[in-house]
Design a protein around this ligand. Structure first.
Ligand code: DUC
Ligand code: ZN
Ligand code: ZN
Length: 478
């Protein structure tokens, strides 16, 4: 077993920072030591197999991206990253675990959807991976199966109030699934947008000839997110189910979460980098420069990018500071422009929804530290520690402490990252939603369970390094 000492760095946790050396023994962290300390009378640096010099750098727990969609079938095509390409890109960006969504489609048994997901992922991942279960068909059989999933390490499930005819569940179905959530402790994850109303608005826009990507954001108005978020909260209250709202983008949805949390309800939310940095005006063309252009399709995702003038982005940052939102995931759901986004030429409703960011989440969120939106500790908390606690991985993941998996990132705050297709991009996409971003900070070294998988500009990992994570129940409930 290889022993490694990461020396000279500043170890950052969700609660503080300290100059410390980290001793890794095989796959786990053995000790966090005073800098240069001896262990049992032995000079540690002289006795290990490898020393990683982290002088001037941060040593943080590997990122956990709790919302990804590798190979998701959507809109007549499939998300373009496989478990192999997507998890390798994640590793390049300092993410060492993902939680992907296994899909049960309408008419399918959960067991079969889940087995298919295991088959896609097994032996292909660069980093560790777990699953949430998408419940696309609520019936007596699927509810019974859902109850048994915690035994298989799947302790959360996602439902959709959007996408009628695809993943959509009505309130009665949601209520029944939430009763399972209450009984088992599984976390209900909700895509909170009023899909039936959105579909009417979208069809009316297309009938008026408003077919450009910009109208995707118009149809999916924030009122539809606020309303659905409130409805999900009330159904969760009624059933006493713990609830987690995914990809929150509207400030009014955050207000709903804050309101419910202030009443003591077990309600949580995530946002994503795209809702912090990107906007309807800038990406989809409301200001005119891309008006009528199909370029905006690159940023079509749901929930949609929101208006900066309405203050949604500022509200997301604020909520991350006040803990009205607890964490940041990517909702990584990449599609190429060619043959995929292009399916929506002439009709924005047919553009596959999704943005790819798995490789850039840690860097993009570090910009919040640079600009003073969040502290260094909060950066670690939002991207690693809380995802671990929220989804039953804490202790093994999300923290640098003896006994934890040695998932560690050495991050250089004085480094620089240029994002773009020809630059840092490893995702399987023919464009980058973040093209041209020149940002502070750099992922220098990445260890996944003790193995160095990224070393500067070298990738040392392999397909199949990643193992399936059997998760426990959420460790974050009130
Ligand atoms: N939103 C997306 O942008 N893509 C996939 C599914 C979703 O809810
Ligand atoms: Zn969703
Ligand atoms: Zn998603």
């Amino acid at each position: 077993m290889t022993t490694t000492l990461i020396t000279g760095g500043t170890v950052v946790s969700a609660t503080g920072r300290a100059a410390a050396d980290v001793l890794v023994d095989g796959e786990t962290i053995r000790a966090v030591l005073e800098p240069g300390a001896a262990l049992l009378g032995t000079d540690v640096a002289a006795s290990v197999d490898r020393v990683i010099d982290a002088t001037g750098k941060y040593v943080i727990p590997g990122g956990i991206d709790a919302h990804t969609h590798m190979q998701l079938p959507f809109g007549g095509t499939e998300a373009s990253d496989t478990f192999e390409t997507g998890t390798r890109a994640a590793a390049w960006g300092g993410t060492t675990s993902i939680i992907d969504f296994a899909v049960q489609t309408y008419g399918q048994r959960i067991e079969d959807g889940l087995a298919a997901w295991h088959e896609k992922a097994a032996g292909n991942c660069a980093i560790d991976y777990g699953f949430h279960q998408i419940v696309g068909d609520v019936n007596e059989a699927s509810l019974a199966t859902l109850r048994r999933l915690p035994d298989e390490g799947i302790t959360s499930f996602k439902m959709f109030m959007a996408y009628p005819g695809v993943f959509y569940s009505d309130d009665a179905q949601i209520l029944k699934a939430m009763q399972v959530s209450r009984d088992t402790g599984m976390l209900t994850m909700m895509h909170a947008e009023n899909g039936p109303a959105i579909d009417v608005l979208a069809t009316q826009l297309v009938e008026q000839g408003r077919t450009d990507p910009f109208y995707h954001g118009v149809a999916r108005a924030w009122e539809m997110e606020e309303e659905a978020t409130h409805r999900a909260i009330m159904l969760a209250k009624l059933t006493a189910a713990p609830l987690y709202i995914v990809h929150v983008s509207a400030k009014q949805a955050v207000e709903q979460l804050a309101w419910a949390r202030d009443k003591g309800q077990n309600v949580y939310g995530e946002t994503c980098p795209q809702y912090l940095y990107l906007s309807l005006e800038d990406q989809l063309g409301a200001k005119g420069e891309q008006w009528g252009s199909f370029e905006g399709a690159k940023w079509v995702c749901s929930t949609p990018l929101r208006s900066r003038e309405e203050g949604h982005q500022d509200s997301m940052w604020q909520a991350l500071r006040t803990n009205d939102l607890q964490m940041v995931s990517t909702d990584h759901c990449p599609f190429c422009m060619k043959d995929q986004k292009e399916l929506g030429l002439g009709d924005f409703r047919k553009i596959p929804n999704g943005i790819g960011s798995i490789e850039h989440r840690m860097d993009l969120m570090y910009q919040g530290v640079v600009t003073g939106e969040i502290t260094l500790e909060r950066w670690v908390e939002l991207t690693s520690t809380t995802p671990a606690r929220m989804f039953g991985l804490y202790g093994t993941k999300g923290v640098i402490q003896p006994g934890a998996d040695a998932d560690i990132v050495v991050y250089d705050p004085n480094g620089h990252t240029s994002i773009g297709l020809e630059k840092t991009h490893h995702m399987n996409m023919d464009y980058s939603a973040w093209e041209g971003y020149e940002i502070d900070g750099h992922v220098d070294t990445v260890l996944s369970r003790g193995k160095v998988i990224v070393d500067g500009d070298q990738y040392l990992g392999a397909k199949g390094d990643g193992r399936f994570l059997k998760r426990g129940l959420s460790q974050y409930l009130i």
